[in-house]
Design a protein around this ligand. Sequence first.
Ligand SMILES: [Zn+2]
Length: 460
Amino acid sequence: MKDVYEYFRNESEYGDFDLDGACVRLSEAVKCKSVSDCEDPAPFFAIHELIKKSFPNIMAAGTFEAVGRSVLITVPGSDPSLKPALFMSHIDVVPVVEGTEKDWTYDAYSGAIAEGCIWGRGTQDIKVQVFAELEAMEYLLAKGGKLKRTVYLAFGQDEETFNTGAQAISDLLKSRGITLEFLLDEGGSGMKDGAVYGAPGCTIASINLMEKGYADLKLTVRSKGGHSSRPFGGTSLERLSRAITKVCDHPFPPTVCTTLKGTFNALKPYVTAEPLRTILADPDKNEAKLAEYCLNDKDLFPFVITTIAPTMISGSSAAPNVMPQNMSAVINFRLAAGMDPEKLMAHCRSVIDDDSVELEFLQANAASAEARCDGYGYAKLAEAMEHYYGGVVFVPSITTGGTDAHCYEQICDTCLRCGPFMIPEGEKGAHGTNEKMRIRSFAQGIRVLIRLMEGTCFSA
Ligand SMILES: [Zn+2]
């Protein structure tokens, strides 16, 4: 694939935008150490203050509310017949892995502006989107733009952990009787070659319409332990291992959800490689073959199946000749479209088929609904992305991790997950060391957001 910047188009637009100022404001936000669930709320409130002082036109036209540590800004539009739009992401960040602080070229919370980049935790995930959304709105209001559609700007406090901030904002909007036309959240994984979809040489990027569910299942097996010469009935380790193995050996069958069908439909004209070319000649008839193909591909399999990943085990014996006592393990699942925790639990109980294995979810949420890709929001977002990224095929897809967007399903049928920032493949470093954002990528993402907001929310 060519360098990402070869796909950049129309970079001269909005030439009067204050890019230097925008970089400084993002840099200031990075300096606030808003690690999810840290005891001290001060870094979060420092971001609130930074927003209030940095965006005077938004503050004049709108209302700022702190919802816990999260932020909800309402900027009213003039036409009440239009359903509001919501632009979101989150202000929390993951911590820096202990012992790696010194590996950073610039300190993780320095917000250094150097070498054409803004450096630090949150510059990719995802203070960049928080501030780009604010910058775009501020720019349009400062130019005298007239908002016809009400816009919400909503920034959660704990996307990286429990999503309680987004849920609280969503509940608040619901209590006010609001339903949304569409929302935009983080998501997508930038440009990549279409080879994994059988379309080599075609550059694709995704607009994600759903996110998989999440569950941590804890398995506990109790035992008094004892001398290992008398393991009557099996040790706790043996019974626990067997239970884990049974779960792993009994995955749910693969399914091709509506969103994934949409991915392949969009790519069909570009697919040249077999067997996909033949399969896609009649995707409805060949659905089982398509599911099977994806299941056996390391990149595509998470899209068609509830994944099963045993991740933790504890309680083993300290000596080879001593049987372990109580043991537990955790299996992490990512739930495919249509799967929910109740179905998953029933399935695990049935395949383990051993009452002495206790099962409980530490955390669990169903797969999200699938957003509409035939509607207004998707079309407008795709248009804005295509305007600034030429020669890229945008396709609907699935977020295999989790994000805050699913919390808004109760008030929105078009939850779009797409970060508008395209960065070089080698610089993708969310949650990693030397996370940084190229200023050129930041600027282009802001242009996408200005065009999208202008086209959907402002009077012509
Ligand atoms: Zn994020």
